[in-house]
Design a protein around this ligand. Structure first.
Ligand SMILES: Nc1ncnc2c1ncn2[C@@H]1O[C@H](COP(=O)(O)OP(=O)(O)OP(=O)(O)O)[C@@H](O)[C@H]1O
Ligand SMILES: [Mg+2]
Ligand SMILES: [Zn+2]
Length: 463
């Protein structure tokens, strides 16, 4: 089956969504018979450059043009739509970069049109041409044969030589506003009888970042995947997205410094088979959106997430990176939120911990706190996070014994991998101790230990 975005390629100016300034200039030029010999259509992917070039080609060759609009019915209009019209030549410069192609165009351009009134050369991704090819093209543009119109399309205008640009009329295509994308998708859904919710279309529009082709492609993907109603859940499922609810929970636990919730959310995402980088990306988008709405407390998170989205690419273990990053950020941010009081450092946490922790003698406890503080501030964050998930940490017969429950084997493995870093941190903060890692079946007093960890880390909610 033909892809939806091809099927719904606009065939007239009136069907092209947005780009009003471009349409206005072109339509007036057509009506007044003052079409330029060379245009550059510059702008983002999938926003209508090739589409508009073809409509312009039709308007110039149509036998029954109405004002600026091609009729869509005559031989020329139909042949151009089908790509069989001899006088409209499309060249993809991304795959034909060399001088030979341009020479061929130059030769062809010197002859009169065969079928129509104008010869039209549409060169896509023109910035990809080689320097020699650009030079050859420049010669043609300097002495344009009559009855020839060049339309050079590019997503990277800055890569087109200034000498070329100065010979062309540059028309800039823009990303399309979400509302216009939603409207177009609604039309398509109506014709295709796709059952859809408005929220889902808005969601798709946001994901496509202003590109109409991407939006239509996503719609089609979700539709085929869900085989039923296209709603927000269906979009999330089809695209492996995390979803607004979960993302909000994630952001909120960072903002509140709620470590246990934070860990829970990350686990949820992980165990539902979704990707960690998608979580960070969606969190970034959501945070930026909140800042735009005036929620300035999300500014710090946005900045941090911006870095994390780039950084996570370099890590093999994306989960541990996400944990380390998120815990660290939450920890830092907890100090910035006024209603949470003073940022809590481990040292000020003397109060009730020892009562709960009969297993830990107070010297040991201090030593451990020093270790955690060291890891958090100067050491390896991955080690810090992994250690924070241990079931039990104690000093016993000259050894630091760290016990993980079976379900946290993951953290155990991380620590095994990073044993040198851990030993180094232990030496620096606790003195000469061997480290012993072990793993047990079943979670031993998991709740109690979780509480201890939370208090060690200064759970802002408790403060
Ligand atoms: N402004 C628009 N109005 C309506 N549909 C559009 C518009 N822009 C893009 N589309 C849809 O996206 C498809 C691709 O558009 P087009 O080929 O014109 O994009 P482009 O700007 O040339 O992109 P690229 O830079 O990737 O070549 C069209 O077939 C159409 O379905
Ligand atoms: Mg194109
Ligand atoms: Zn026509």
């Amino acid at each position: 089956m033909e892809a939806l975005y091809r099927k719904y390629r606009p065939r007239k100016f009136s069907e092209i969504v947005g780009q009003d300034h471009v349409k206005k200039i072109l339509m007036r030029a057509i009506e007044e018979g003052k079409v330029s010999h060379a245009y550059i259509f510059s702008g983002p992917r999938g926003t209508g450059k090739t589409t508009t070039a073809r409509v312009l080609a039709k308007a110039l060759n149509c036998e029954r043009r109405q004002n600026a609009e091609p009729c869509g019915e005559c031989y020329a209009c139909k042949a151009i739509d089908e790509g069989t019209f001899m006088d409209v030549v499309e060249l993809d410069a991304a795959s034909n970069r060399g001088i030979d192609e341009i020479r061929r165009i130059k030769e062809g351009a010197s002859f009169r049109p065969i079928e129509g009134k104008y010869k039209i050369y549409i060169i896509d991704e023109v910035h990809m041409l080689t320097r020699e090819a650009f030079n050859a093209l420049l010669k043609t543009l300097e002495e344009p044969p009559p009855h020839v119109v060049f339309i050079l399309a590019t997503t990277n205008l800055e890569k087109v030589p200034a000498t070329i640009i100065s010979r062309c009329q540059v028309l800039e295509f823009r990303n399309l506003p979400h509302e216009l994308i939603v409207e177009r998708l609604e039309e398509i859904c109506k014709t295709e009888r796709i059952e859809v919710t408005k929220d889902a279309l808005m969601y798709i529009a946001k994901r496509s970042m202003g590109g109409m082709r991407d939006a239509i492609t996503i719609l089609e993907q979700v539709w085929k995947f869900s085989r039923g109603k296209v709603d927000v859940k269906a979009v999330e499922n089809a695209l492996g997205l995390i979803g607004a609810d979960v993302v909000d929970r994630y952001l909120e636990s960072i903002l509140k410094g709620n470590m246990s919730k934070l860990k829970e959310v990350i686990d949820d995402v992980y165990y539902s088979g979704k990707e960690m980088d998608v979580l960070l990306q969606e969190a970034l988008e959501a945070a930026v959106e909140k800042v735009e709405k005036g929620k300035i407390e999300y500014l710090q998170i946005s900045k941090a997430l911006l870095g994390a989205v780039k950084e996570i690419k370099f890590f093999d273990n994306k989960k541990i990176y996400t944990m380390a990053f998120s815990f660290d950020l939450a920890q830092k941010l907890a100090g910035f939120i006024p209603e949470q009081g003073e940022p809590q450092s481990v040292k000020t946490e003397e109060k009730d911990v020892s009562k709960d922790e009969t297993a830990l003698k107070s010297k040991e406890k201090e030593d451990l706190e020093r270790l955690m503080e060291y890891l958090r501030n100067e050491g390896d964050l991955a080690v810090f996070v992994a250690l924070s998930l241990a079931d039990e940490i104690k000093v016993d017969t000259g050894k630091l014994k760290i016990v993980f429950p079976k379900e946290k084997e993951f953290s155990y493995i991380i620590l095994k991998e990073k044993i040198l870093e851990l030993e180094d941190a232990v030496r620096k903060s606790m003195g000469n101790l061997d480290v012993e890692l072990s793993i047990t079946d079943g979670s031993k007093r998991a709740e109690e230990v979780k509480n201890r960890i939370l208090s060690l880390f200064g759970n802002a909610e408790e403060g």
